[in-house]
Design a protein around this ligand. Structure first.
Ligand code: SAM
Length: 278
């Protein structure tokens, strides 16, 4: 969908775009193809798209995947999409008018054979990613366009300034693979922030059993609740000090260590120890 077509659709329908819904539409054909390529789609694939907007990405997804489920919050865009992709001509397309985050929380599903491919609304990109990444039946791949700043957090490692809660909650089950920047001029209207597309691939083998996940999330959130403070001191809020001292000693971690220096594997090991030492 070219920029001129987008402008026309919006003008004819009198649609004023909403900043709070993150309505920056991608009109650059090359970038749309790069995003779809990153998803490595075949006709066997089922794709979840959050925020289809006017459908520039949806069109390519329908072309390459076997099934597409799109969730759009804005009723005006849903109405347009129903006309653009009529159900009788697109049986492989399902469009829901809903708030995607509320939908994901309200209706936990088995997404394990799905791929998320989306140019996410920036204000809810992180909670949507965490919701899907931590769900027991998480998608096999997530190819997401979001703020460059958030992309950096998804790809960060220990010691990086962007390393933190989002990094660890997503990397627990996903390996960040490729990424590329998308210039602001590729969107209409151009956003104030830089954007990037990141590919996250689900780990073949989970690092933690399902029943340890809640504890992992609690430990990570607590450990980063005050970045400059020693992790052991912060964790004392939730765990008995003797158990913490024993776990840190067994893992040869200094009691003075700060969360930002610990790797994902070390957070996993701390979670395991605190469980098995009980
Ligand atoms: N995919 C389109 C594109 O690439 O041009 C639009 C992307 S635009 C960045 C984000 C889209 O998400 C908008 O269509 C917006 O209306 C929709 N949206 C915003 N918040 C949403 C939510 N909570 N649930 C579902 N869709 C949402």
């Amino acid at each position: 969908m070219k920029l001129s077509e987008m402008r026309e659709v919006l003008a004819v329908r009198g649609i004023q775009l909403s900043k709070s819904l993150g309505q920056n539409f991608l009109h650059d054909g090359n970038q749309l193809r790069r995003i779809t390529d990153a998803a490595e789609l075949t006709k066997e694939d089922k794709v979840l798209e959050i925020g289809p907007g006017l459908g520039p990405l949806t069109e390519l997804l329908l072309d390459r995947a076997g099934e597409v489920l799109a969730i759009e919050k804005d009723a005006r865009l849903v109405e347009f999409l129903r006309g653009r992709f009529p159900p009788d001509q697109n049986p492989e397309f399902q469009l829901l008018h809903d708030d995607a985050l509320k939908f994901l929380k309200r209706e936990p599903r088995d997404w394990s054979e799905w791929k998320l491919v989306a140019n996410l609304p920036y204000s809810v990109a992180s909670p949507i990613l965490v919701e899907l990444a931590l769900s027991p039946k998480r998608p096999e791949r997530m190819v997401v366009t979001l703020q460059l700043e958030v992309a950096r957090r998804l790809m960060a490692g220990p010691g990086d300034k962007d390393y933190g809660v989002l990094t660890l909650l997503v990397q627990l089950d996903y390996e960040p693979r490729d990424w590329f920047k998308i210039p602001a001029a590729c969107f209409f209207p151009a956003p104030d922030v830089d954007s990037a597309c990141v590919t996250l691939v689900r780990r073949a083998k989970p690092l933690l059993p399902d029943d340890h996940r809640e504890a992992f999330v609690k430990i990570v959130k607590r450990a980063f609740s005050q970045r400059r403070k020693m992790m052991m001191k912060l964790l004392k809020e939730d765990w008995p000090v003797e158990e913490l001292e024993r776990a840190f000693a067994e893992l040869e971690l200094s009691p003075q260590e700060r969360a930002e220096k610990l790797s994902l594997e070390q957070f996993v090991a701390v979670t395991d120890k605190l469980f098995s030492n009980r």
